[in-house]
Design a protein around this ligand. Structure first.
Ligand code: BTN
Length: 247
């Protein structure tokens, strides 16, 4: 496991397991039962029931990626949107530092490399704190990703997976110490190349297209469409081929 999860300058509970149902589910259950307290990092080599946003599953086969969740205690005032923004930029930075690769963020918190999704992030709030779950595809599975994984791809690089997880968690924890620092959103904007691109989204059941004009300070996506300016705060956007070129 190399340098492993112990990449911390402060005390963080850690555990690495060969397989779990879902690292998010485990941490939420353990936190509710009072078995763990934040900060706590659980990483797994595979998941049998990896969960994604919008009720999707996250394909998590053994030996190909790292699936991890961080239980953290953010400041009282913190909203999940800002934590999501912090996590996306923090994981990007950790990947860059450990592999030299430069994934880009597709709003709100998918990481893409060479036009393929290499990382997904699912942040969930609970009474005991927030669970930030991150799945990074390191290698393409033998035979490729199943169709259910959509546009999934992998970093396809040799790296110490568990060290990468620990470093990403450390970046998130240090960002949480000053979530109002404008450097966090600036870092996110610099890694999110959709500005000026046309995206699709669904609002009240209607499909719309609009041009991205920026990222609001709270992480919302600012768009300009035929019916004016909007700030998108939930859901996801679809991209045309031109927008994909930047990812
Ligand atoms: C998405 O792409 O929609 C988010 C995917 C989040 C996947 C990670 S893997 C570790 C953690 N445990 C889960 O069950 N989900 C997250």
């Amino acid at each position: 496991m190399g340098r492993g999860l112990g990449a911390f300058g402060k005390t963080v509970g850690t555990q690495a397991l060969p397989q779990v149902d879902s690292t998010n589910l485990r941490l939420k259950e353990w936190a509710r039962e009072g078995r763990i307290r934040p900060p706590y990092l659980l990483a797994a080599d595979s998941q049998t029931a990896g969960r994604g946003r919008l009720g999707r599953c996250f394909v998590s086969p053994p030996g190909t990626g790292v699936y991890f969740s961080l239980l953290a205690a953010p400041p009282q005032s913190a909203d999940c949107g800002k934590i999501t923004v912090l996590a996306a930029a923090a994981v990007c930075r950790a990947i860059e530092e450990t592999t030299g690769l430069r994934p880009r963020i597709k709003w709100v918190n998918d990481l893409f490399l060479r036009g393929r999704k290499v990382c997904g992030i699912l942040a969930e709030g609970l009474a005991q704190g927030v669970v930030v779950g991150i799945g990074i595809n390191i290698k393409t599975p033998e035979g490729g990703f199943p169709e259910s994984a959509g546009v999934a791809g992998a970093l396809d690089v040799e790296t110490d997976r568990f060290y990468l997880a620990g470093l990403a968690a450390r970046h998130i924890l240090s960002g949480l110490e000053n979530l109002d620092d404008p450097a966090i959103i600036d870092d996110y904007r610099a890694r999110m190349p959709l500005i000026g691109k046309t995206v699709g989204y669904t609002e009240n059941g209607a499909h719309k297209t609009a041009q991205v004009t920026g990222v609001a300070d709270d992480g919302g996506l600012c768009v300009l469409g035929p019916d004016g300016r909007h700030v998108l705060r939930t859901g996801e956007v679809t991209l045309g081929s031109e927008a994909f070129l930047g990812l």
